[in-house]
Design a protein around this ligand. Structure first.
Ligand code: ADP
Length: 606
């Protein structure tokens, strides 16, 4: 229930909405009860059971009897003055007006419920998305994408259904049931008590079915998450799937998951679909029992009950079955919704592992150096970096080289604090990164990665990414420095051309130059370049290399390079192997040392 209240809190103006919902529901129910109760005088006329004396106009009392007496007064007056046909017409009009009003209030009640529902969905999605984007990079290694997507879509959908159904079930239907039972008691205490005795039969059977459904609902959502995941991976990696003839493998994988999903959902369907006929049968069984019991009462000359009252009783009782069903459906939907809400809340409640300390220092300007002191790092248990000591003085370029898997990218990721070291610390101007305000730190850094990260948006927006208010002239200037302006002008709409998902409409070199233009525009004092040219052919590489050279002017750079020719002029070259620095120095000293750097350089010589 706590979870349910937490869901409701996502609505704006919850209390006022709940009060409105309550008032409209009660009014709707009262008018629908009136429409049913009006059957009684009508049946009395048809059975010719009314006498022709007009009663006194009743004195006001605060009880159900007062409106009934008032009605009786007018009703009898019409019978005496205008005859029974007119009285019948009067009752029919009354029924019509009551049904109209009941419908009107039900409409208002639904509108309030819908407002509540759409507010909750919107606010919840915003909250999930806000929190997901706050989480540290490492979170996305462990959390599967499909699972997150499924929480964002299907689970929110389940919560939406649950809110709608539960509001009805928890707030409205009990009122309906109570009001109607009140009316039943008013008609016949004995018969109502008898009804109450047989009713739990229906409830008990249904409750059992619902309990069994709960576990399967959770399994079904999880399976759907995995299906989305396979679909996403397949679409993203379609080239590889085709090139490696892995279609059958992926089909099989999808088939296994689909089969599981089918099994779970069939299991749910067996129970879900059973609920309806079973409850119908039990409902009719109960009505039959009431017919038998009530009929016997009338046949034996009961004082409370007569045929007209009995018919109204049955009509009212039949109207209870629907809300009772809705109540049990609401409970099922609530349970599914709560399972989904829990999955959503685990995402929302995940605290970012990398966060600002209280009183974090704002980095105003980078003045001296970036330093690694005794830094070690492990993704899981295995150390990827061991005891790294390194200084990158302001204005200098430090290159990281070495065999792949050695830990170069990991080392570079520590600078913008994508990860925190497991031991030791990284300092900027003698203050540990963990003491800085993260945004102020990252403001001073630009990152260009091997795989250029572009978004399905215009070239302009990709370059101006995260920098609101930059002018077209500034973007163009950056693109020129990045050697990108010429090819951008040749695209269909120039800077407004959209570049497809992940920039798929551009070549590798073009994508890279847009990433570089983005970094140029941001104009950060510190640059991190991760294998920025390794995926390119030599023509593009030349253009990109030139762009990078322009970018690196007057900045402090950490460069990861595969092609050693590109970093020969670095101020210091660090050779990393298996997480340790095994050699360091400039190009000349390293060549003289005849170590790993020399070996790698000789291999790469054309
Ligand atoms: P390099 O950049 O030198 O090629 P990396 O820093 O990418 O090396 O990787 C260093 C080691 O850390 C490798 O053994 C790699 O398998 C491991 N590694 C990289 N990223 C992750 C990750 N997100 N989770 C677990 N292990 C990782």
């Amino acid at each position: 229930m706590q979870t349910f209240f937490r869901i409701l809190k996502y609505s704006n103006g919850l209390t006022s909405k709940l009060i409105q919902f309550f008032i409209f529901s009660v009014l709707g129910i009262i008018f629908s009860a009136i429409s049913l109760a009006s059957l009684f005088p009508m049946l009395n006329i048809l059975f010719d059971k009314v006498n022709n004396t007009i009663p006194e106009f009743p004195a006001f009392t605060l009880s159900l009897n007062f409106p009934i007496r008032v009605f009786e007064y007018y009703f009898k007056t019409i019978i005496v003055q205008n005859g029974k046909s007119d009285a019948l017409l009067f009752v029919c009009l009354l029924i019509s007006v009551a049904v109209l009003l009941s419908g009107f209030f039900r409409y208002l009640e639904r509108i309030v419920a819908s407002r509540l529902r759409v507010d909750i969905v919107r606010n919840m999605r915003t909250h999930i998305f806000t929190n997901v984007t706050r989480l540290q990079i490492g979170y996305f290694n462990n959390q599967r994408k499909g699972d997150l997507i499924s929480r964002f879509t299907n689970d929110v959908q389940e919560v939406e259904n649950a809110v709608m159904n539960t509001l009805k079930a928890v707030l409205k239907e009990p009122i309906t049931i109570i009001v109607y039972f009140g009316a039943l008691f008013f008609i016949s205490v004995k018969l109502t008590l008898f009804t109450l005795l047989v009713l739990p039969l229906l409830g008990g059977v249904l409750a059992d079915i619902i309990r069994r459904l709960k576990k399967e609902a959770k399994e079904s959502q999880e399976s759907l998450g995995r299906i989305v995941n396979i679909l996403d991976e397949t679409i993203t990696g379609m080239r590889v799937v085709k090139a490696f003839n892995a279609r059958n493998y992926i089909l099989e994988k999808m088939d296994v998951e689909n089969r599981f999903y089918r099994k779970v959902n069939m299991g749910m369907a067996y129970k879900n679909e059973l609920a309806s006929p079973v409850s119908e049968f039990l409902g009719v069984l109960i009505v039959a029992l009431i017919l038998w019991f009530g009929g016997s009462l009338i046949l034996n000359g009961d004082q409370e009950l007569d045929a007209a009252k009995f018919m109204v009783f049955l009509a009212l009782f039949a109207s209870i079955i629907q809300p009772a069903k809705a109540f049990s459906n609401g409970i099922t939907s609530l349970q599914k919704g709560i399972a989904s809400a829990r999955r959503i809340f685990t995402v929302i409640d995940t605290e970012p592992a990398i966060e600002n300390k209280p009183n974090a220092v704002v980095l105003k300007s980078f003045e001296r150096a970036i330093e690694f002191k005794n830094v070690s790092f492990a993704y899981d248990a295995v150390n990827v970096l061991e005891n790294i000591n390194l200084t990158v003085p302001k204005g200098k370029t430090v290159a990281l080289v070495g065999p792949s898997g050695g830990g170069k990218s990991t080392l570079a990721d520590l600078v913008p604090r994508f990860y925190d070291p497991t031991a030791g610390a990284v300092y900027v101007d003698d203050i540990a990164l963990t003491d800085y305000d993260i945004d102020s730190l990252r403001k001073h850094m630009g990152v260009v990665t091997q795989e250029s990260i572009l978004f399905n948006d215009s070239i302009f927006n990709n370059i101006a990414f995260g920098m609101p208010g930059v002018s077209e002239a500034q973007v163009m200037q950056a693109a020129k420095i990045a050697n990108a302006h010429d090819f951008i002008m040749q695209t269909e709409n120039g800077y407004q051309t959209t570049i497809g998902e992940r920039g798929s409409k551009l070549s590798g070199g073009q994508r890279q130059r847009i990433s570089i233009a983005r970094a140029v525009l941001k104009n950060p004092p510190i640059l991190i370049l991760d294998e920025a040219t390794s995926a390119l052919d030599s023509e593009s590489e030349k253009l990109v290399q030139e762009a990078l050279f322009n970018l690196m002017k007057n900045r402090t750079s950490v460069v990861i390079a595969h092609r050693l020719s590109t970093i020969q002029h670095a101020d210091e070259i660090i050779v990393i192997q298996e997480g340790k620095i095994i050699e360091r120095g400039n190009h000349e000293t390293l060549m003289q040392n005849r170590g790993l750097y020399w070996k790698l350089s000789t291999i790469q010589k054309p």
